[in-house]
Design a protein. Sequence first.
Length: 331
Amino acid sequence: MKKRVKKYLGPFLFIQFFTLNCLALDNIPFAEYIYNGKNCFSIRYTSGSLIFIPEDAFTPACTGTIKIKYREMHSKVDMLEAGINMIYEENGKRRMLESAGMFEIYAECNGKPLELAPNKTIQVRMRCKRNFPQVEAFVYDKKKNIWGKAGIPVVDFSYLKNNNNKDNTSMWGSSSRGGNYVMNDSLENMLMVTSIIGTLPDGYIKGMNIKTMGLYNYDYLYHDEKAVPIMASFKLTTGETISEAYVAYRSINSLIHYFAEDYKEKFVLLPVKGISIFCIFKDGSCAIMDQKKLDALDISALKNKEYEFILEKQPAKPKNKNELAKALRID
């Protein structure tokens, strides 16, 4: 991520504002697994998610050790720590995504990145903490910090007491037979045995077959037609201008990251209560807008008008993820 430095006159020589690298963000660790390319491979992640990888899955050919790196993000504080902006853009229009859960997966040979070989796919059955009726698959563009549609079907494998879809055959090609699943041609007719991965987990399980390594999201495309465009600016109570800001909503599992160039033309707010507007600094401290003042705003009346949001720097620096979530009113 790029550092952005804003200089000031007067009693302040300068104050530095950083993007998501502040507070050592992007610090959600990857779990690592050693993959034997000659055999089918299954992973059971700590959350209960299941990942199925076919034999000879990667290119270029590797004569050394192939390592699979995988991690998941489920909450707004996860999005913040992973440096993820929940904006979807299509034909120049920006919309907000609400996440049911996201995963990031890579493969490397002796430290060098690998890609999936032609006609090979990896199936990820993610155990989500949320469930939405219309979940779509999105893939993240790290250069633009926005999401695009992945064009991949999302299949429900949820295993609930009164809604059991664990034997959904939409991606496997056949139902379970004695614990065995036979994948369809998209997964090279690979035979997977559930005894390898143990008992299937309960919960909301969403599956997709990916053809490229990267960051994927099971998302609901939020209907934000009521979003109010505001020509915004941001300052601290001490007068310094803030070059970046975040917006989160209490009832929506999403986090929006705005840069100074977004403030006048792209900044929007939903006319609801329970909004959190904040920023973070390099030294680990943070600033947030007073909740009572924010809740008292008539957001609809600010449509296409200039408004200056005043944030107050918090005296205590968050020491861990839980303190960060509490300080910023996110979860």
